[in-house]
Design a protein around this ligand. Structure first.
Ligand code: C5P
Length: 227
């Protein structure tokens, strides 16, 4: 299991200051679309300048027609990131088209698809997909696997069952993690490290428990020791 630190602070300066504090650790860094839209490629370069070994997950959740998604995926190749994602609800054809477009690259990033956004409740989810969250999330995971992608973004509570219906090597990346039972904030269902291990989660995404801590380095170290 690997730790992915969410860079969700309001400014580039604050995000980079956080990275300075944790630069000696072997972690992934998640760049969301707020930061990327505002700070762009220079931000990716600034992260690598702090530690070239940082692995970067660009969390842009692409969703468009297949050709446009594949074009965007190809542009992402030029950024030097190590992982990015799309929405599975864009469809199997779109996901296949993305993977086919990246076939020619030897060192392509890991590509994941989001199953169901954790912000949905059943009622709102059903209004769009006309199905309950659990069964549709499984369906999205199967589509993602069959399209040749590397894994999914999902809830820690779904990780083991998704691996059951796909493959053990199909990666799961899970937000909503409170490593040692910290405050959930606005997350609805949170899992701790023990739960994530039990669910065979590959990547845990942790934001507030790290960047709101008095000593982010100490909490990162504690998490890494427990993985
Ligand atoms: O602060 P916290 O650990 O809750 O941050 C979780 C991170 O994961 C945030 O960047 C949030 O946007 C992201 N995320 C999420 N739920 C999803 C997808 C992404 O919490 N379903």
């Amino acid at each position: 299991m690997q730790l992915c630190v969410a860079l969700d602070l309001p400014t580039q300066k604050e995000n980079l200051a956080l990275l300075e504090k944790i630069k000696t650790y072997d972690v992934w860094i998640k760049v969301g679309f707020r930061s990327y839209i505002r700070d762009g490629k220079e931000f990716i370069e600034a992260i690598k300048a702090i530690n070239p070994e940082f692995k970067i997950f660009l969390d842009l959740k692409l969703y468009d027609i297949p050709n446009t998604m594949a074009d965007a995926a190809e542009s992402i190749m030029g950024l030097g990131v190590d992982m990015f994602n799309v929405h599975a609800s864009a469809g199997k054809l779109a996901m296949k088209t993305v993977m086919q477009r990246l076939e020619k690259y030897e060192n392509r990033p890991i590509v994941l698809a989001v199953t169901a956004l954790t912000s949905f409740d059943e009622e709102n989810f059903k209004a769009i997909y006309n199905q309950d969250i659990a069964s549709k999330a499984d369906q999205f995971a199967k589509d993602t696997y069959e399209a040749g992608m590397d894994g999914v973004v999902c809830s820690a509570f779904e990780s083991a069952s998704i691996k059951n219906i796909t493959s053990d090597s199909f990666a799961t990346l899970c937000p909503g993690i409170r490593p040692f039972g910290e405050d959930a904030g606005d997350q609805k269902r949170v899992a701790d490290i023990a739960k994530a291990k039990e669910q065979q989660v590959d990547f845990i995404v942790v934001g507030r428990p790290i960047y709101q801590a008095k000593d982010p380095a100490q909490i990162v170290e504690k998490i890494l020791k427990n993985l």
